[in-house]
Design a protein around this ligand. Sequence first.
Ligand SMILES: Cc1ncc(COP(=O)(O)O)c(C=O)c1O
Length: 383
Amino acid sequence: MKEISKIVSGFKENIFSQMTNLANKYNAVNLSQGYPDFDGAGFALLSAKVNIDKGFNQTTNAIGCEELRMSIKKYIKRKYNLNYDHNTEITVTCGATEAMYDVISALVNPEDEVIVFEPFFDIYVPAILMNHGKVKTVTLHGPQFSFDKEELRRAFSEKTKLVIVNTPHNPTGHVFTKNELQIICDLVKEYDAYLVTDEVYEFLTYDNHVHIPPATLDGMRERTIMISSSGKTFGLTGWRTGWAITVPALSNAIRLVHQNNTFSGAHPLQKAIGESFEKLDEYLPDYRGMYLRKRDILFNGLTKLGYRPLKPEGTYFIMCPIRHMTQQSDIEFAKDLIINKKVATIPPSAFYINSNEGHDYIRFCFAKKDETLYQALENLSSL
Ligand SMILES: Cc1ncc(COP(=O)(O)O)c(C=O)c1O
């Protein structure tokens, strides 16, 4: 038999599946996978049922149903004062995951370079490699998880096509500051590159940290592709509904990939998310308050147990340094926690290519019922 794709044969089962399989085997509390163990927004669930009953069950417009594109246009205007046209500049995809793949496929030629910050969300690198691009990494150094300006400059070259920025950032919880974004955007402009932003945690920031969409910075609208999704905001990660927003010429290219890939997402769910955005403003304070409470349960609980968690500025993850507790690598430590303490976390070294810094942390996810978090803390306190 002829061999499978050389690129694909280099990929492995992702770290989330590995840790979840191990968690199931040892009956551990699973704080590894990054999605809630509780249901999403009730009004969205109801709206989906109504839209199914109303018969919106056939394939919708490839670029996404009109109501959803209109709602996205309205919230982007209301929250960020950015104007985008819902017919020519907003494309609905099957989650931010598909949006990222479509954007990379639409823009990257073989040998083009793509800059990613490590630790990175694990879908970026395979998508770049599948499109024959070259990955350049810049490390976000703990405990602040900021980058070195010179290291970033050195990553740029005439071949730089895209820079991918995820803010608020998974797994570190860092919310990029205006100053950090300005440095990135200035280089993007200097090298005539594009910026792809992964903003799926756009509404999940804490304390005084504010999410700034890079497209709002001077001169960036025309070279930014904003990606987000309903998964985190409405707690509906299984609905697989995301979007890519950018100028018409780039949107056209993205749409050509999308049309030949998934073509379109689930129609009644798109309608429901479109309707749910109408309730966004009244929903967000409770949403943020709930996650703030969960962050504090886990953060304070871990601190009491002698861990030294880093307080996340956004997202629903906590990075926790382990060097003061063990000489093991993050992977060995995370496996031991599953087997001996019955708590599953993520060893973040899987999210780095160049730096070894990932070996010094584990990542906890607190998008879990309070009782799940308390159970995890009780397990961790056991001998
Ligand atoms: C940083 C980041 N980007 C993208 C995604 C994927 O989003 P979606 O579920 O909409 O595909 C996730 C999900 O965990 C994420 O954490």
